[in-house]
Unconditional design. Structure first.
Lengths: 429, 138
């Protein structure tokens, strides 16, 4: 089959996206109801619950679906096992639904136990992805290996999370758990998400803008810098070793900067000049993520900051990196991937036989515009609330996230509706 | 309808979805609907039929994208050499199947074949002026 087997994996990816939609509903509701919790310590149960609702409930679910869809296209071989991917979905779905309330109520034994399910799912994912990449042999490039490497950072992140929860409940070891929590957060965000994006962006952006990557060497170097930075940063954070943290943070930041430079060059050479809202969301999120990295770097080299601001700063970084960075990046890519998958299933078989709409015609542009503009405003409101220490700004920001994501997922529903109510012929050219 | 001046490399051609099979085998060719007419469709009719297949992302006909390398009409037999933007194009099978059906459905077509060709590899340089204008690029 040309272009890789898509029909079955499209169903798999779409189901993951449904799970992501459930995750985003939970995350948005919790944020709207408890936005003022962001003024407390980032290790407080409510903040941990909010964080994991966004990360595990939405980001991871959407990312898994996208990877299971995109990986066979990238490497040109089928996924090792779709059955394993379906099992992963079941495990992840169950664990997310139990994890979020466990955090919320501070039941860390529940977090540890449920975390084992998440870890098992992560291992299945990593084995599935890595074996697929290895089967591709020489055709596996740096993008494919970014997928594989990131999957093992995910396993490490989840296992560390399980240990942290168990330690919080049963006091397994001495040492500052907050340092280990920082390590857990960084290897999760940078090890899994950043590594993956540093690869996938250079397949997806050229695909949707008719661009070519100018320097694959720079892409590879960026990924290598991220890995080197993380291998130093994780233990340095865990053991509170400043020199290692400082050096590793710089190497990691260099990796992010190199990816940014190459992404900019790729875009400059694109044939399709106009960027739609999905791509703008992705690129805006990339800038937000870069901003979070800069803030983090400043905090590393500014150790004498007031302790209260240091705690607040950690939450600021989290909000910027997740809500200002990863969430719009992943949502933006969903704006591209979901319509294509729906189009493939709903209209692909009719191509050449009758008039069909374009994949690019399925989304509602107005809803996407509301999403991108209101989301940006919501993040700004949250940051104002954090800096000023005033809850009303945070509640407004939470409300803004509800509006923006409501608009986006209404759009996704209307796109998906083509699966059971396809448009017919007239008016689409 | 502009024709693509690129030369088809038949030595590198592979029938749609089948590795290494010689042209003209039953698994690749599609029987047309015309009941034994002597003359086949005009070449322009084939190009026009292919131009109705649009890339789902860019909304540009595959003919303007430069994906159609060659069209040969000999009586009622039609051969089309087609490429894709990349071997891993996720819409590749859809475009291929659509092209196959569009050509086979033309009046006067007794048999048709759609070949996947990878040489020369597709390049944005193959875009028509109309495609470049639509994209807004160079």
């Amino acid at each position: 089959m040309v272009g890789g087997p898509l029909a079955d994996s499209a169903r798999l990816a779409l189901t993951w996206f449904v799970l992501a939609g459930i995750g985003v509903v939970i995350a948005v509701l919790l944020t709207a109801l408890k936005a003022d919790a962001l003024l407390t310590h980032h290790a407080q149960p409510a903040v941990l619950s909010l964080t994991h609702a966004w990360v595990a409930g939405f980001l991871m679910s959407a990312t898994f679906g996208a990877v299971y869809q995109l990986l066979p296209v990238v490497v040109g071989v089928p996924l090792l096992s779709e059955r394993i991917a379906w099992i992963h979905l079941g495990l992840h779905g169950l664990s997310v639904l139990a994890l979020i309330p466990s955090f919320w109520f501070g039941r860390y034994e529940g977090v540890a136990i449920v975390g084992v399910l998440t870890a098992l799912g992560a291992v299945l994912y990593a084995v599935n992805v890595t074996t697929t990449v290895m089967r591709a042999g020489r055709s596996a490039d740096s993008v494919a290996w970014a997928f594989a490497i990131s999957s093992w950072w995910l396993v490490g992140t989840v296992l560390l999370g399980v240990l942290l929860a168990a330690n919080r409940r049963w006091g397994l070891w001495a040492g500052d758990p907050l340092n280990w929590l920082r390590a857990h957060a960084h290897i999760g965000v940078a090890g899994f998400f950043l590594t993956l994006i540093q690869g996938a962006a250079f397949r997806l952006v050229p695909m949707f803008t008719m661009a070519t990557v100018a320097q694959w060497g720079r892409v590879r170097t960026a990924i290598v810098c991220t890995q080197l930075g993380l291998f130093g940063l994780a233990p340095s954070l865990a053991f509170g070793w400043f020199p290692g943290t400082a050096l590793s943070a710089c190497v990691l930041a260099l990796g992010i900067a190199l990816s940014g430079v190459e992404l900019r060059r790729t875009l400059a050479a694109r044939r399709k000049k106009a960027l739609d809202h999905g791509l703008n969301g992705f690129l805006g999120g990339a800038i937000g993520f870069g901003g979070a990295s800069l803030i983090g770097l400043v905090m590393v080299f500014w150790p004498d900051v007031d302790p209260e601001w240091r705690v607040r700063g950690s939450v600021v970084i989290g909000v910027v990196a997740l809500l200002g960075g990863l969430v719009p990046m992943v949502s933006g890519m969903l704006c591209k991937i979901l319509p294509f998958l729906v189009w493939l299933r709903a209209y692909g078989p009719m191509v050449g036989k009758q008039l069909v709409p374009l994949a690019a015609q399925l989304p509602r542009v107005a809803l996407e515009r509301v999403w991108i503009e209101v989301h940006a405003a919501a993040v700004c409101l949250l940051l104002i609330g954090l800096v000023r220490g005033e809850a009303p700004w945070l509640w407004l920001g939470g409300l803004g996230l509800a509006v923006s994501n409501g608009s986006l997922w209404l759009n996704f529903f209307l796109v998906a509706r083509h699966l059971w109510r396809p448009a017919r012929g007239v008016g689409f050219r | 309808m502009e024709t693509n001046p690129k030369e088809t490399n038949r030595a590198n051609a592979e029938p749609s979805g089948v590795q290494g099979s010689p042209p003209g085998t039953a698994s690749e060719s599609t029987q047309g609907s015309a009941p034994g007419f002597g003359t086949g469709p005009a070449k322009e009719a084939v190009w026009h039929a292919l131009s109705l297949i649009l890339d789902p992302e860019y909304g540009i006909p595959i003919t303007d994208l430069g994906l159609v390398y060659d069209v040969v009409v000999e009586g009622g037999e039609v051969s089309v050499a087609l490429t894709l933007t990349t071997p891993a194009c996720p819409a590749g099978q859809v475009i291929l199947d659509g092209a196959r059906h569009a050509v086979a459905s033309l009046p006067g077509v007794r048999a048709s074949q759609v070949f996947l060709v990878w040489d020369p590899p597709w390049s944005p340089e193959f875009l028509s002026e109309a495609a470049r204008e639509k994209l807004g690029g160079r």
